[in-house]
Design a binder for this molecule. Structure first.
Ligand code: AVJ
Length: 324
């Protein structure tokens, strides 16, 4: 078997949906963490978002990986490729194609909260690459990286954190998460990080409010998750999707806006709340990085940038950094 599945135990307790809902929904300012978007339906909706004309990050990153994968693999010569939040591993295929051309055969360690998509994708990957071994790891990376079953064989690690997902973290959380990544790295190991860049508001807001409505459906799917998991009665039709770019914080904010005043019952919490017409629930932040912000992020993590691959007119960036 060239495909193994490891369930990664949380390193520390993280709040569960009930606790996050109690802390975030019952009173304003209301917010929920974005990780609850990704149930089966939400994961499929995210894939649909990636195919919309407005959502440029996925295409930008895929184009960059097409161009630079061979350079990255030849440069790092990894024994292990570890991917945090691997999703369907679509973009990662460019790296494996480069590995194949170069005759460099790393093991692949995808880490993903949604195991089904990961395992389906891994099965397709091993069918395409006869040298590839996949050690699929399912779990929640916000609960820590210390329990990943990575081998201590001294083989060089290339860690991937793609898609601009670092932007989902508040600045202090992003620093803490990068520090955890660095603790997986020995000298010579590398991180390939995808970051979305600051740009005009219209492009940014359109990317989070596509005309076909997939992002709206993705955002509103959170209501289905809450209703299903917490015995809730939030009216899906009682909310609309809103995406705004906050220039000061340099981030897109996705919100669910109540269309009319209503009361919500959350049976599993034994609690109710009232929400007024026009009141908002913050469901996701997606930070957009300037050059200075990227430099600061890597510097604070103690990483040295060895290559910066910008897409187009600095629309999106892949950054390769090493631990010295
Ligand atoms: C997967 C977190 C990178 O922030 O752009 C896409 C998620 N949300 N459209 C992002 C998302 C709405 C995406 N990340």
């Amino acid at each position: 078997m060239r495909l193994a599945h490891h369930r990664v135990a949380p390193e520390r307790r993280v709040p569960d949906l009930a606790e996050d809902a109690r802390a975030g929904l019952l009173a304003p300012p209301r917010s929920m963490p974005p990780k609850y978007f990704y149930d089966e339906r939400g994961s499929r909706l995210f894939e649909a978002i990636c195919d919309t004309p407005e959502y440029y990050p996925t295409r930008a990153e895929a184009a960059l990986l097409t161009d630079v994968s061979e350079r990255v693999i030849a440069d790092i010569r990894p024994a292990h490729v570890v991917e945090l939040g691997s999703g369907n591993s679509h973009k990662t295929r460019h790296l494996f194609a480069a590995c194949e051309r170069l005759g460099i055969h790393p093991r692949y360690w995808p880490f993903e909260v949604s195991p089904q998509i990961m395992l389906d994708s891994a099965a397709a990957l091993i069918a395409d690459y006869d040298w590839l071994h996949v050690e699929a790891m399912s779990g929640d990376y916000t609960a820590g990286l210390g329990n990943l079953p990575l081998p201590g064989d001294g083989g060089r690690r290339l860690i991937l954190f793609l898609g601009g997902t670092i932007g989902n973290f508040e600045p202090a959380q992003a620093d803490a998460f990068l520090a955890e990544i660095v603790s997986l790295m020995a000298p010579g190991d590398a991180l390939l990080l995808g970051l979305d860049r600051v740009k005009d508001v219209a492009t940014l807001e359109a990317a989070y409010d596509d005309a076909a409505g997939y992002t709206a459906a993705f955002n509103k799917n959170l209501i289905n998750v809450i209703n299903r998991e917490l015995g809730g009665d939030m009216p899906v039709a009682g909310y609309r999707h809103r995406a705004v770019f906050d220039r000061t914080l340099s981030r897109i904010e996705m919100r669910l806006v109540a269309e009319y005043a209503h009361r919500v019952r959350l049976e599993a919490l034994g609690a109710d709340f009232e929400i007024a017409a026009g009141e908002e629930i913050l469901t996701e932040i997606s930070r957009k990085f300037s050059q200075e912000a990227i430099t600061g992020l890597l510097g604070r993590a103690g990483l040295r940038q060895t290559a910066h691959y910008p897409y187009g007119d600095d629309q999106y960036s892949l950054v390769l950094a090493v631990r010295d």
